[in-house]
Ligand binder design. Structure first.
Ligand code: AMP
Ligand code: MG
Length: 453
């Protein structure tokens, strides 16, 4: 473990930020998934399976790391209603390390047992929930979105009852590797108590560990705005609907996480929602950028207790421009086209989304068909979406596409792979019926792993 570098930075914040807790004592610990590539980035790949299970299923501390797991305290807006009764209710911070790029990384759990914040919940994660989180994280990584990673999934031998799964259903515990678990809601809790000293402390923690070039609360917000705009732009180009954009699910580093009832678009429908409990479509596909801005506004409001509000508002107002640029970049990357000037490129992006919505062209295939631009015409017109590539609406869009050149070389993301709701069902069925994990692993093999982490 020569590249394993523990760094228990969270302890700098002190006991007002967390509660030490015990992990549940699970009847079984069967290793179902270990991400050795992610493990390499934090020097943990050489752990034997037995040691892996001891750490990530039974929560024996890692050497030189946090001695007792910490349930993190936070509040948040859930569906835009303030809830002071939150906090890690089924997870905790287990360890912190430096990765190969010297970033501070958190190993946080999901499904590891009850905490003071569990309320009526059981503190557990279903096996299907764990599988869904792995798939989302790996697919978003493949799509070039800034995402947390699923490091480990261990099945834990319990029977759980859930409204949204046939029950009883199998249990698991997940370890997530992420660049911070500081949420917008972590700030909201301190602002709620008007605890300026701890707000300052938290700003300092975020600046020094995540944004070392930021010099103030305003500088911090500026960077969070930019990072969050990039992430939500990445979701929009990937056709991802997060489902639960509550402020406690928003990471201060912009890394997206907590993949519960998410869905990927089968066709573009602006009002497409993921969570069955999102009755008003608040977190529908097309609303995600606006919701991100609303969430950032809540963060800015908290920082106003310790920073200059005019400057904070100015930082917040950068979101639309940041978003436009990031959205252009993600869409052009997905189509492997050479961008030109932002205004013209955005007209093309808008036309693309308009065409996709009006024509209801199957989403994943469309991006695959036109990756590289007009040169793909022949193969696109002979593929499964061919009936959508005719008529005035298509011709209008195609005329705009002709203005763009395809990227020459570089790695092109393989946009043909998809992760639609029904596909997840098809991967899950053999696991549920025969404990056959081969389709799940085969699917993961189709997701590329861009260099970088
Ligand atoms: P989420 O919707 O997963 O972001 O969680 C919102 C809040 O509910 C957080 O405080 C979670 O820790 C808590 N929570 C969600 N599911 C459970 C559960 N099964 N047991 C205990 N707490 C939970
Ligand atoms: Mg959450």
């Amino acid at each position: 473990m020569e590249n394993y570098r523990p760094d228990t930075a969270i302890l700098e914040l002190g006991p007002d930020f967390y509660d030490p807790v015990d992990a549940a004592d699970f009847p079984e610990t069967v290793l179902r998934y270990r991400d050795d590539r992610a493990a390499v980035s934090v020097g943990l790949e050489s752990l034997s399976d037995a040691d892996w299970i001891a750490h990530f299923g039974r929560y024996e501390p890692l050497p030189g790391n946090i001695r007792k797991p910490l349930a993190l305290r936070y509040h948040g807006h859930q569906f835009q209603h303030y809830n002071p009764d939150l906090g890690d209710g089924r997870g905790f911070l287990f360890a912190q390390t430096r990765d190969a790029r010297d970033r501070l990384m958190d190993l946080g759990t999901k499904g590891s047992g009850k905490t003071p914040y569990s309320r009526r919940g059981d503190g557990r994660l279903t096996l299907l929930g764990g599988v869904r989180e792995i798939l989302a994280a790996r697919y978003l990584e493949h799509m070039g979105v800034n995402t947390s990673k699923a490091l480990s999934l261990i099945e834990t031998g319990e029977n759980l009852r859930r409204h949204d799964e046939p029950s009883p259903t199998r249990s698991s515990v997940l370890v997530r590797l992420s660049h911070s678990h500081i949420r917008f809601g972590t700030f909201q809790r301190l602002a709620f108590f008007e605890d300026k000293d701890n707000l300052e402390k938290l700003v300092d923690y975020c600046r020094s560990h995540f944004y070392p070039d930021a010099v103030s609360a305003v500088g911090l917000l500026r960077r969070v705005v930019r990072a969050s705009a990039d992430t939500v732009a990445g979701w929009m180009a990937a056709g991802f609907v997060h489902g639960v954009m509550n402020t406690d699910n928003m990471n201060i580093t912009g890394e997206s996480f907590d993949y519960g009832p998410y869905r990927f678009l089968p066709t573009l429908q602006s009002g497409f929602t993921a969570a069955y409990f999102d009755h008003n479509g608040l977190y529908a596909f097309a609303r995600q950028p606006e919701i991100m801005l609303w969430n950032l506004g809540q963060l800015a409001h908290c920082l106003a207790q310790i920073g200059d509000d005019k400057a904070l508002i100015a930082a917040l107002n950068r979101f639309p421009d940041d978003y436009r640029k990031a959205f252009r970049d993600h869409v052009f990357r997905r189509l492997s086209l050479v961008p030109t000037v932002l205004g013209a490129d955005m007209s093309f992006v808008r036309a693309t989304f308009k065409f996709l919505e009006e024509s209801q062209t199957p989403w994943p295939q469309f991006w695959h068909d036109w990756q590289g631009g007009v040169e793909q015409e022949q193969s696109a017109r002979s593929g499964p979406n061919r009936d959508h590539y005719c008529g005035d609406k298509f011709d209008d869009w195609f005329r705009l596409l002709k203005e763009y050149e395809g990227l020459e070389t570089v790695e092109k993301p393989d946009t043909s792979v998809s992760l639609l709701y029904d596909e997840i069902g098809e991967l899950w069925a053999p696991v549920a019926d025969n404990d056959d994990w081969s389709a799940f692993h085969a699917k993961l093999e189709t997701f590329a792993r861009p260099a970088g982490d």
